[in-house]
Write a protein that binds this ligand. Structure first.
Ligand code: APR
Ligand code: PHB
Length: 389
């Protein structure tokens, strides 16, 4: 089999790239290790920056998001008995779209299927060959049968645990990582959201976040210990703990109900450099991970896809390789800024096991500065709505 762009990974990065290439008549094949149902069962964040919203429009997959998504002009931040709002619209002229990543992925699958896009599921033993040559190819197995896909380029969109990053030799690849000494316990419940806007809470008992998917679907998180297991937390214990971490007036109106999903995620910052090796390009979680505070995971994946898509377009439409040659540099410049923001916002909002009294007072000073300074709020808002591509 032959295609122009072989895409490893059928998560949001791979599907969005495939769909954007399709709009320009560039052929691709997506290779996904799992099934579609499995991919769509993963619950991820749900805040889309304007850059991603525009990309989804460009890809022709924005209709349901425009109908069902919520536009948020600001967010609430609480600490101690203080709560304040950062107004994105006032400070940046922009807002964010609250629409679940799972729904974005579902819309992308529908669009790829409607267009007759080629996606192979349940692929095994994916291997990248000749990335440094002019004729790269990918081998893999489906239903025990060996396959070979010849291509011009390979997009490694296979997430943090994929094979693409590992294909880059160790003497070329540099990895930067920071682990955080806590996790997030997340609960999805069919209840109305406690507040129309998100609430990020720094409490002496640890961080909490009140988010949502729609009018009758709420998403809540609390900071937990890395040794906790989801089954250690009954629904009742989760709701009690959440109520103790958010402002009393919010806790009083919190509607609780049975959890329909409960999971624990560790927090990690990770970047690999470079994001290109010959004809292999890494996109999204394959190249970088952010802690979830600020919801930059999908959004950084989207900016990678934007740079790669435009580089490939320039190559196929004009025979000009400048865009693909500058891909790694451009993508990384933006990724590191999102890494900085996610690290900063995580540091501001969580309790750390080894935090000294000095560290705590610095954290409060930083929160007070953010509450009282229009300049600080503007800096936060411009990062939250997303830096320009
Ligand atoms: N071969 C084929 N597919 C693979 C392989 C492999 N060897 N390894 C992993 N995959 C698939 C996974 O099953 C997954 O569906 O690649 C896909 C990668 O998807 P994500 O992990 O969702 O990564 P990405 O598409 O870059 O999306 C980034 O989604 O994962 C969240 O937090 C992340 O919000 C961020 C965004
Ligand atoms: C979510 O809705 O899951 C969510 C929202 C904002 C974040 C992280 C997660 O910062």
């Amino acid at each position: 089999m032959k295609t122009q762009v072989a895409i490893i990974g059928g998560g949001p990065s791979g599907l969005l790239l495939s769909q954007l290439l399709y709009t320009r008549g560039i052929d691709s094949v997506v290779l996904e290790r799992k099934t579609k149902d499995y991919v769509l069962s993963r619950i991820r964040a749900g805040v889309l920056e304007r850059g991603l919203v525009d990309l989804l429009r460009e890809a022709g997959v924005a209709d349901r998001m425009e109908r069902e998504g919520f536009i948020h002009d600001g967010t609430l931040i609480s600490y101690g008995d203080q709560m304040f709002r950062v107004d994105f619209a006032e400070h940046t002229g922009h807002s964010v779209m609250v629409y679940g990543q799972t729904e974005v992925t579902r819309d992308l699958y529908e669009a790829r299927e409607a267009a007759g896009g080629k996606i192979d599921f349940n692929v095994e033993d994916v291997e990248i060959h000749g990335a440094e040559s002019g004729a790269p190819y990918v081998t893999y197995r489906v239903d025990g049968q060996a396959r070979r896909l010849n291509c011009d380029f390979i997009a490694g969109c296979d997430g943090f645990h994929g094979v693409s990053r590992q294909a880059i030799p160790l003497d070329v690849r540099c990895e930067y990582e920071k682990l955080y000494p806590f996790g997030w316990l997340g609960v999805l419940s069919r209840t109305s959201p406690v507040n129309p806007e998100l609430i990020y809470a720094n409490s002496p008992r640890g961080f909490a976040l009140c988010s949502m998917r729609n009018d009758n679907l709420s998403r809540y998180y609390i900071q937990c210990s890395l040794s906790d297991k989801p089954e250690d937390w009954t629904d009742e214990a989760f709701w009690q703990e959440l109520k103790r971490r958010i402002p009393a007036d919010q806790a009083a109106k919190l509607v609780t109900g049975p959890s329909i999903e409960k999971s624990i995620a560790p927090l990690r910052s990770f970047v690999t450099e470079p994001m290109r090796w010959g004809r292999l390009f890494l996109c999204g979680d394959a190249a970088h991970i952010v802690p979830p505070t600020g919801a930059k995971g999908l959004n950084t994946a989207a900016s990678d896809v934007h740079y790669l898509f435009n580089g490939l377009r320039q190559f196929y439409e004009k025979g000009d390789a400048a865009g693909i040659d500058s891909y790694s540099e451009k993508a990384l410049a933006r990724v590191w800024k999102a890494e900085r923001f996610s690290w900063w916002f995580s540091s501001l909002m969580h309790r750390y096991p080894d935090q000294s009294e000095f560290d705590l007072r610095i954290q409060v000073a930083e929160l007070e500065y953010l509450r009282s300074s229009s300049a600080a709020q503007k800096a936060m808002a411009e990062n939250y709505v997303g830096l320009p591509y």
